[in-house]
Design a protein around this ligand. Structure first.
Ligand code: GLU
Length: 380
């Protein structure tokens, strides 16, 4: 994919209808016995109402594992192996889809299941295929109902939580809005269950460290990722130019109200003007960093202001063990993380050659340690 730093050329496709991605978590669509049909009926009634108002809607739902475990007589207590959980998802996903199919049928709508894996966002061919299929479903008036392909999920490389998946889907389909429905009203200044002075944060323009700390402390009761993962998803979405709202799944008419942009619904995150391309988005927010590269001030300037690749000459030190294609954080001499990138060198090569000029490198070693196409500048 050709992506610039914050790629201004990644223009949105002109579209006449508003596109909303609605994500709902396991705790909102299941109870301890499995699928909560009443909750899914509520959601689908509201999805239909939003569509009747003229929007297109994509649903991202969790709940496959939470549905499959009780069906097999097991409790969702975290005691099962990854293999059993994958098996549970295979059992639960069919019931989950049946519930969506029946709820949407009451609204005279069809559901189309799409199960996605991280590689579908990494490999251009699959990225385009996934986008094409979802687009085709929307054009046909079908509601795409998406989940992670948990049955074949590789523990090393998976979304892990559907908040992140939903944000990447919002990017994929160039949504106007990502609506994250959960079991709280939104993001609070402190944990509302333990702090009576906690208040709802209604509008967020920049997701900074302070906010991340607030969210880290304010985990919601049951959802897998909690508020921290919602905030991470909001970051991905807003960096993709997609406005994001976190709101309560049980609020009456929440999908239609948030979907058409009513104020006073949950916490609203304003979208950034520029849209990060898919591959860079993946490197910045999906690939965990395997190490840290410290660079000198000159290198930081060259990366930030001159749109350069990172060369060995500007590297001061390296922490962690990584191989080619791993992600690393890039820090300045003050320890400020100002960029993230995918490396072309292993940490071993860097230990041997960091600080050298390009002409001093052994034959066969590319001079870019991180190519500028694989580098994302982060807000500091
Ligand atoms: N994909 C998982 C499921 O459907 C849930 C992931 C999450 O909790 O966000 O069970």
């Amino acid at each position: 994919m050709s992506e610039g730093s914050l790629d201004p050329t990644a223009e949105r496709h002109p579209r006449s209808r508003r596109l909303v991605v609605v994500k709902i978590g396991s705790s909102s669509v299941t109870d301890k016995h499995g699928v909560d049909q009443v909750a899914i009926d509520k959601l689908c009634t509201e999805v239909a109402a939003l569509m009747a108002d003229g929007s297109e809607v994509v649903v991202v739902t969790s709940g496959a594992i939470a549905t499959g475990l009780p069906a097999m007589g097991m409790a969702a207590d975290g005691s099962q192996s990854a293999e059993v959980l994958r098996a549970a998802s295979a059992v639960g996903q069919t019931s989950l889809m049946r519930a969506f199919e029946s709820a949407l049928a009451q609204q005279e709508l069809l559901a189309g299941q799409v199960l996605l894996a991280p590689t579908d966002f990494m490999l251009r061919r699959r990225y385009l295929k996934s986008r094409g299929t979802i687009r085709a479903l929307l054009d046909l008036g079908v509601v795409p109902v998406i989940n992670e392909n948990d049955a074949i999920a590789d523990d090393e490389i998976r979304f892990g939580d559907n908040d992140r998946l939903a944000a990447l889907v919002a990017h994929l389909v160039e949504a106007d809005l990502l609506l994250l429905l959960t079991d709280t009203e939104g993001l609070f200044t402190a944990d509302p269950r333990t702090d009576a002075s906690a208040s709802l944060i209604e509008e967020i323009t920049e997701i900074d460290h302070r906010l991340e700390e607030v969210a880290g402390g304010a985990r919601s009761a049951q959802s897998r990722g909690g508020m921290a993962s919602k905030l991470a998803a909001a970051k991905i979405a807003t960096w993709s130019g997609v406005e994001t709202v976190i709101a309560s799944a049980t609020r009456v008419d929440v999908v239609r109200a948030a979907g058409r942009g009513d104020s006073g619904i949950g916490s609203r995150f304003v979208a950034r003007d520029q849209r990060l391309g898919a591959r860079k988005l993946w490197i910045a927010f999906a690939l965990p960093a395997s190490g840290t590269i410290e660079v000198d001030r000159g290198a930081r300037r060259a990366l930030e202001h001159n749109n350069r690749s990172l060369l060995p000459a500007g590297i001061v030190s390296v922490r962690g063990a990584f191989t080619r294609d791993d992600a690393v954080e890039i820090v300045d001499p003050d320890g400020v993380v100002f960029a993230k990138g995918q490396v072309r060198w292993s940490s071993g090569d860097l230990d041997a050659h960091a600080g050298r000029q390009t002409t001093e490198l052994p034959v066969g070693l590319s001079d870019e340690v991180v190519h500028r196409d694989d580098l994302i500048l982060l807000p500091t």
